[in-house]
Structure formats: structure tokens, C-alpha cells
Design a protein around this ligand. Structure first.
Ligand code: F6R
Length: 610
């Protein structure tokens, strides 16, 4: 949510900033801008719309500078337009700031500053920061002190970068609640909200923590707290490659990421299966295993697609380990005074590892003494670092805003955790081996599902003009129905709802007519017969039926308009396969509607505001 990049060094920063912003555009894409300082001349270029528009504007201006900051915005306060785009500047145009996060007390600060004669031009909360820093500079403080004093006044979240014409040899960055990293180069240094912006230049990364501020020059950096205590930081070498964040010939990141799933699913379990013992080996949680196995209760907390993964996890964990398990929206969990004890385990699931609500849930659970585990994709992310222990899903960078491969990898990791705990409880080695073998067979089966791409594209053509969709499933298939509906609505803007199939008759059945496509997730499992009855009920009312069904199920063809046949696996792993055709269906419908599937309207990857 909002991309931040900054450069200080000997090179021209303008192409570096633009390149970084292109990499970060998935974090927000309603407006973009850069601010640079060149030999005492400072300049801002910003516009509504994409980074490509900004690129054209800066190219026309032929700008050069050795220090600059860039921002791609996801609007919170103030509509997406040029004035509200970042950077924001003080009145004299000497001080620039970019901000990710929300300043909650901005109204009070704004009024105070207005009373002192400060003029505001934008509707953003961010603009108060630049005037507040300016206020402290005018009181005689240097830039670093002025930023520290200003940040002491604000309530809310921020990742900021600041540059100042009168101190052109430094870039200041600070964070509270919004991710920021410092990238280290030779005679040049960088900042970014996400390492992907820096991969072309450096792999040496320092992660800033909440309450920290970095002063970055071309030759080095220092980190201190907002209250001025120096901190020694560790330098990390990151292993992501540039190829991993390219489209590799695919028209969209989303399609690339869907198609990568045989590999990403495998990478999530690689080196973690113990066939003979019929269990899993997860180094990241080995030290807390006893506490986990003896938990009174497990709570899975997450948002969006990761929450759907949590719902599948609940079925897995309860079925196999008999540990009472609950799933909570992180945004609700954090505010409802949850009853948690030190005998509970709270597992946070987050692809980005930066989702503000999930992070707040983590901190709440930690405060209350629960064992706190993280399941994250982004290595070094805040949730990964703040969890007591955890398991990376190793799905590789996910750039498309709609989460696809991260979801299936989250399910793999949840299955591994379930298997490990269950084996320490009641599950026999023989039963464990069945699951291990099913996991090993999954990549090939995922590949079989992907071979349905063309068939699904044809089905998408048939249904692209529908204005509503219903997704139905029972048991393990219910969270898949929710996930299928979310995928469709977020990228195609078609209203879609997911329901437990049997709930249909308690209300949604009223929606059914010949215009309503109903997608049943109906593999041959323990709920199959009941679901077939629900299919009959829809058919009797003229609904248009699509079924995700088992490959050996010929009977279903008589009942539905379209059936998508997938290979079979054990019950707990089926959601990994059934969700793939739904990802493809959503993708093709959105493409056929001419929509930007990688950057759907109003959305952003990594939601770092509440
Ligand atoms: C949907 C989607 C979102 C995320 C949610 C949580 O396709 O991507 O619903 O799943 O914002 O994000 P993470 O997993 O990064 O915490």
C-alpha cells in the first residue's frame, strides 16, 4: 500500500526512482511522483495515474539529480489527483516528503499549523508532516532532529522519506507500522518500502523496525530511535532474483503466478517431508513444538484470501489433531478483547507479512501471552520477524494484486503443520504416510488442473457478462467457494458471493433465475451426495450451473451446464486443486472484460493501513 523509493549517490537518481516505482506499482497505482534535489535546485514532478505517465513527464523534462524520492499512491485521505499525489512540499519548495500510512491526528496538527500561518494545498493527512518538519527546522533544528520532533507529535502509522535542499547530502527515512528497508550499494544507498524496488541495484538490505529512523548518505547510514538512541542494525543478503519479479512472457503477473503453482506448491513442501515417519519437518517451529502440540486452542487469524486459507486450516487442524481451532478476521480480533491465554496458539497468516490488521492481531496475541506463530511468504517481513516462530511458504514473490499461488502454498504449509502436530498426537505413521504421498503427488495434479486453462477460458466467455455469481461448497469446499467469489469480484467487479451449499435454501436461493451462474465446488467427498441435492435445487429453478468435479464423476455432467474435472487427492488437500480452476475462471472473465487484472481498481497489494 503506497510504494516508496529513495536514492542518494553519484548516479542520476531519476531513472532509478522510476524503475523502482514500476516495481512497486502493485502497492498502489492511483498517482505517482518524484522529488529531486540537484545542485541546490529542488523539483517535484507528479501526476494522477500510473508510473508510465510519470515516466513520460520526467523524460520530457530531462531531469538529473543525485538525490531523490519517489512515491506511488493508494489514496486514503483525498481523492487521487495531482495535488494529493506525493511528494508533498513546504511552502518554499525546499523540503519534500513521501508518506505511506495514516496520520490519525492530522486534523488537530493541521489546525495548529494553520493558526501559525502554514498554508495547505492538499486534502491529505500526509501534508501535515512536511509542514510540521518545516516548523521545527524554522525553530533552528537540523533536518534529523526536526523529523524526530515532528514524529513525536503524530499519532498513526508511517513509512516516510524526507529530503531537504539545505542538507542535500542526506536522505531520512523512518517507520512506524509501514514497511521500509535501506539498500546498501557502493557510493550509493537506497530506501524502499519493498525490496523488489532495489533488486536491480543491491541485495544488501537493512530492515527498519517500528520507531526507527535512518539517516542515509551516499557513503553509509545510521539508525536511531525517534527518541535519538543509536541502534546497530544487521545487514541481510536477500536471495530473490530479478527474474522472479518479471512477467516472463506472460501477459499478466496473475496468470504467471497461477501457472507457477506446480513449482510454488512444491517449494512450500520441499525438504520438509519425512516419508518413512509419515510426518513433516519444520525447522522454524521446532523449538515451540511442545507448546503448539499441547495448545488448548489454536486461533488462526488473517485477512482476505489468507483468512480463507485459515478456514481450510481450521478444518485440517480440528479433523486431524482434535485441538479446538477458530478462525478470526484479524481486523475483528484486534478490537474485540479476545479471550486468549498462554496455553493458546495464535497463528497469523499473511502473504506480505505486512498487513496492518494482521500485525496488530499478532501484537495483541503476544501481549496476552499466547504462542504466536507466523505463516508468511515475504522473507524478513514484519509479521515474520515479530512472530515467536513460524514457517515461510516459499511461494516466491507474488506481484499480482489477487493472491493465487500464495493461497495454495499457505494451504500446503497448513497441511504440513497439521500433519506434524497430528503425528505427535493420535495420527499413525501409516496414516501420516498417506498424507505425505498425497503431498508429493500434488505438483503433478496442480499441473493437470492448469491444463484445463483453455476449457475454462471458453466457459469464461460464456459467463463474462453476468452481473452476479454464486459460489457454493460444503466442508473443505466452503472456504474454496468464498475464495472463488473473492477472486472473481476483486478483478472482474462482478458481484459474487460464496456460501456453504446447504445455506442456500436459507436465503440466497431467492436470487436464482436463468441469469445467475452458480458455481458448485463438488468433488467426490463426504458431502458429495448432499451437494448434488443442492445442485438439483438450483437446476429446478433455472440457474446456470458450473461444477468443479472429480475426474471420474460422469454423473454430474447430466446435471450441470459445464463441469470442470480435476484429479483427486486426499480430502484435506482438495482445496489446493479445486481453487485453481476458480482462479483461472476469474482471470479469464476479467481479461475478457478488458480489465487490468494485475491492478484492479481501488485495491493494492499489502494493506498496511487499518
Ligand atoms: C485477495 C487478496 C487479499 C489479501 C489480504 C491479506 O486476492 O490478495 O484479500 O489476501 O489483503 O493480505 P496478506 O496475505 O498479505 O496479509
Amino acid at each position: 500500500m503506497c510504494g516508496i523509493v529513495g536514492y542518494i549517490g553519484k548516479k542520476n537518481c531519476v531513472p532509478i526512482l522510476i524503475n523502482g516505482l514500476k516495481r512497486l506499482e502493485y502497492r498502489g497505482y492511483d498517482s505517482a511522483g518524484i522529488g529531486i534535489i540537484n545542485n541546490g535546485n529542488s523539483k517535484i514532478v507528479k501526476n494522477k495515474g500510473k508510473v508510465s505517465v510519470l515516466e513520460e513527464n520526467v523524460n520530457n523534462l530531462q531531469l538529473t539529480a543525485n538525490i531523490g524520492i519517489g512515491h506511488t499512491r493508494w489514496a486514503t485521505h483525498g481523492i487521487p489527483n495531482e495535488i494529493n499525489a506525493h511528494p508533498h512540499s513546504n511552502e518554499s519548495g525546499s523540503l519534500f516528503i513521501i508518506h505511506n500510512g495514516i496520520i490519525e491526528n492530522y486534523r488537530t496538527i493541521k489546525t495548529d499549523l494553520q493558526n501559525l500561518g502554514y498554508k495547505f494545498t492538499s486534502d491529505t493527512d500526509s501534508e501535515v508532516l512536511v509542514h510540521l518538519i518545516d516548523y521545527f527546522i524554522n525553530k533552528g533544528y537540523d533536518l534529523c532532529k526536526a523529523v524526530q520532533f515532528a514524529l513525536n507529535e503524530v499519532v498513526g502509522t508511517y513509512g516516510i522519506a524526507v529530503i531537504y535542499n539545505n542538507e542535500p547530502d542526506k536522505l531520512i527515512a523512518a517507520r512506524k507500522g509501514s514497511p521500509l528497508v535501506v539498500g546498501l550499494g557502493e557510493n550509493e544507498n537506497f530506501i524502499a518500502s519493498d525490496v523488489s524496488a532495489l533488486l536491480s541495484y543491491t541485495k544488501q538490505i537493512v530492515y527498519l523496525d517500528d520507531g526507527e529512523l535512518a539517516v542515509i548518505t551516499k557513503d553509509g547510514f545510521t539508525v536511531k530511535t525517534i527518541s535519538d538512541k543509536e541502534i546497530q542494525k544487521e545487514v541481510h543478503e536477500i536471495s530473490i532474483s530479478l527474474e522472479e519479479i518479471d512477467k516472463s512472457g506472460y501477459p499478466h503477473f496473475m496468470l504467471k503466478e497461477i501457472m507457477e503453482q506446480p513449482d510454488s506448491v512444491w517449494n512450500s513442501m520441499r525438504g520438509r517431508l519425512l516419508h518413512e515417519e509419515g510426518t513433516a519437518k519444520l525447522g522454524g517451529i521446532s523449538e515451540v513444538m511442545d507448546r503448539l502440540v499441547n495448545s488448548n486452542r489454536i486461533i488462526l487469524s488473517a485477512c482476505g484470501t489468507s483468512w480463507h486459507a485459515g478456514l481450510v486450516g481450521e478444518y485440517m487442524i480440528e479433523n486431524l489433531t482434535q485441538i479446538p481451532t477458530e478462525v478470526e478476521y484479524a481486523s475483528e480480533f484486534r478490537y474485540r478483547n479476545p479471550i486468549i491465554s498462554k496455553d493458546d496458539t495464535v497463528i497469523l497468516i499473511s502473504q506480505s507479512g505486512e498487513t496492518a490488521d494482521t500485525l496488530a492481531a499478532l501484537r495483541e496475541a503476544k501481549n496476552r501471552g499466547a504462542l504466536v506463530l507466523g505463516i508468511c511468504n515475504v522473507v524478513g517481513s514484519t509479521i515474520a520477524r515479530e512472530s515467536e516462530a513460524g514457517v515461510y511458504i516459499h511461494a516466491g514473490p507474488e506481484i499480482g494484486v489477487a493472491s493465487t499461488k500464495a493461497f495454495t502454498s499457505q494451504l500446503v504449509v497448513l497441511a504440513l503443520i497439521t500433519l506434524l502436530v497430528a503425528r505427535k498426537k493420535n495420527l499413525s505413521a501409516a496414516e501420516g504416510r498417506v498424507i505425505v504421498e498425497a503431498l508429493q503427488d500434488l505438483p503433478e495434479k496442480v499441473y493437470q488442473c492448469l491444463k484445463l486453462n483453455e476449457t475454462i477460458e471458453q466457459i469464461a466467455n460464456e459467463f463474462k457478462d453476468a452481473s452476479n455469481f454464486l459460489y457454493l461448497g460444503r466442508g473443505y469446499n466452503f472456504p474454496v467457494a468464498l475464495e472463488g467469489a473473492l477472486k472473481l469480484k476483486e478483478i472482474s467487479y462482478i458481484h459474487a458471493e460464496g456460501y456453504p451449499a446447504a445455506e442456500m435454501k436459507h436465503g440466497p436461493i431467492a436470487l436464482i433465475d436463468e441469469n445467475l451462474p452458480v458455481v458448485f465446488i463438488a468433488p467426490k467427498d463426504s458431502t458429495y451426495e448432499k451437494v448434488v441435492s443442492n445442485i438439483e435445487e438450483v437446476k429446478a429453478r433455472g440457474g446456470r450451473l458450473i461444477a468443479i468435479a472429480s475426474e471420474n464423476d460422469n454423473d454430474i455432467d447430466e446435471l450441470v451446464d459445464y463441469s470442470i474435472k480435476i484429479p483427486d487427492t486426499v480430502e484435506m488437500l482438495r482445496p489446493i486443486l479445486t481453487s485453481i480452476p476458480l482462479q483461472l475462471l476469474a482471470y479469464h472473465i476479467a481479461v475478457k472484460k478488458g480489465l487490468n487484472v494485475d491492478q484492479p481498481r481501488n485495491l493494492a497489494k499489502s494493506v498496511t493501513v487499518e
